[in-house]
Write a protein that binds this ligand. Sequence first.
Ligand code: ADP
Ligand code: ADP
Length: 234
Amino acid sequence: QPVIEVLELGKTYTSGGVTTTVLSDVDFRVEAGEIFAIVGPSGAGKSTLAQCINLLERPTSGNVIVNGKNLTQLGSRDLRAARRSIGTVFQSSSLLSRRTAAQNVALPLNYLGVTSTATRERVAELLDRVGLTDLADRYPHQLSGGQRQRVGIARALALRPSVLLSDEATSGLDPEATDSFLRLLTELRDELSLAVVFITHEMDTIVKVADSVARLDNGRIDEKGSLVDLLLDD
Ligand code: ADP
Ligand code: ADP
């Protein structure tokens, strides 16, 4: 029973009469408690795919279905609500630089109009879970790269999504911070039964966390399977 289904997703851009196909027939499903990794070189279409999955970009064709709801068929108002089921951790650092760690985590709750008491409680709970209680009032530039990505995870989980999308979240982290981030991701996956879509160009990273893997090349998934399958193939 998949939490998220990406079905025959395609994305083309047209400018000056020239059409560029960035994604074609991207197709996969991720279940609760599964980490599905998408690995590919620069230019493969990974960031475009990430943006299409959380509907920051509209796919040209295909569907994104989360908990049985087809997000690609929703109008902008329903889409805004439905997008809450996908939390995204972006490449470092997508935090607002003039807001503290706590204020960054509070952002999705603020947009939603959650009361300040409830927000404060939820933010404290999230910061505690990612081990940053003591650093709540620091600004992003006062945090290490690894700490910033933990704030990013906390913010992504603020609205209790069922899908966590990680878009190059460990790129730019040193090996120690990367391992610590991956450990946290795995723990949260287990605790919250998250369906995780983990997009990266770092093969050595997915080996540590992925339950299944797809290889994206030239906008297409050219291989898909368990980690063992993919490694044996090389
Ligand atoms: P990756 O994240 O894997 O490096 P991207 O998704 O950034 O790949 O880009 C994949 C391809 O799509 C690149 O060739 C890029 O030039 C092209 N592309 C991305 N965005 C646009 C756009 N807005 N218009 C035209 N081409 C684009
Ligand atoms: P306020 O002045 O109302 O606290 P802020 O702009 O300072 O507003 O913070 C924005 C949000 O971030 C608030 O809703 C608050 O719940 C949360 N927040 C700020 N600092 C902390 C903290 N140290 N611990 C928990 N939540 C915090």
